[in-house]
Design a protein around this ligand. Structure first.
Ligand SMILES: NC(=O)c1ccc[n+]([C@@H]2O[C@H](COP(=O)([O-])OP(=O)(O)OC[C@H]3O[C@@H](n4cnc5c(N)ncnc54)[C@H](OP(=O)(O)O)[C@@H]3O)[C@@H](O)[C@H]2O)c1
Length: 231
């Protein structure tokens, strides 16, 4: 049984991570900005009172992060899934920079994942084969940018990749792995109706990758089929 912390669990991929990990019998701490507004998450909490703890967690809120640490009360964490994210304004085309939206997107997608990991470092240190998963995106790959646009989201995820690589280097000697995951183009509110795969398929594949993670995967930018994505 793993102890897992997940951010952004009210809907989409975060909610599906909670579902699949509970089905495996793992102990899950699920953060959501407004847990009470996610009926599905609240139903899971009622169905699994011993395995699931739901807590309010806006990842940009320092008091919420401190409350997460207090709720864990020193318990070891085996897996932290930094899933919470936003796409930013649409459209996001050259000629009209929305500076405030850009900085807010960075706060959520780039800065907060590091802060959540910093908050949980003592818990990760005492976890079993501890691992941090960062939900990035192929749209953060500079090498893969063949269509331009989407400045804010792309740059926030490219910067997250840089954060992930530094964490991989910095935390390796404490036995903590950092994996940078692309979930595929997934049918969620963010992915939209034309996306290619379901949340079930995406999360099943990402958990397969995380289950077999080894030192060789530390700092790797990993596609849904397990292959390496160019930076
Ligand atoms: N779907 C795709 O095709 C795709 C592709 C590549 C990467 N990703 C990445 O995968 C992750 C999950 O995406 P998704 O498709 O599940 O997106 P989604 O359906 O839009 O859900 C995003 C989740 O993040 C939460 N969130 C946003 N800002 C937050 C904050 N400040 N604090 C805490 N939670 C916050 C949202 O909470 P609220 O309900 O409160 O807004 C929601 O639960 C994201 O990091 C995304 O960038 C998705």
């Amino acid at each position: 049984m793993k102890t897992v912390v997940i951010t952004g669990c009210g809907r989409g991929l975060g909610l599906e991570f909670v579902r699949q990990l509970l089905a495996r019998g793992d102990r899950v701490y699920a953060g959501a900005r407004r847990p009470e507004s996610s009926g599905e998450l609240m139903e899971l909490a009622q169905a699994h009172p011993d395995l699931l703890t739901v807590l309010p967690l806006d990842v940009t809120n320092a008091a919420h992060r401190a409350n997460l640490a207090a709720t864990l009360n020193g318990k070891g964490v085996d897996l932290l899934i930094n899933n919470a994210g936003v796409y930013g304004p649409v459209p996001d085309t050259f000629g009209s920079t929305d500076e405030d939206a850009w900085l807010e997107t960075f706060r959520i997608n780039t800065v907060a994942p590091r802060q959540v990991a910093e908050t949980l470092l003592p818990n990760l240190r005492t976890g079993t084969r501890p691992c941090i998963a960062l939900l990035s995106s192929k749209m953060g790959s500079i090498a893969d940018n063949g269509s331009g646009g989407v400045y804010i989201y792309r740059s926030s995820k490219a910067a997250l990749n840089a954060v992930g690589m530094s964490m991989a280097r910095d935390l390796a000697d404490q036995g903590i792995l950092t994996l940078i995951l692309h979930p595929g183009w997934v049918l969620t509110d963010m992915g939209g109706p034309n996306a290619e795969i379901t949340v079930t398929e995406s999360v099943t594949s990402m958990l397969r990758t995380l289950d077999k993670a080894s030192d060789a995967d530390n700092g790797r930018f990993i596609d849904i089929d397990g292959s390496t994505i160019p930076w």
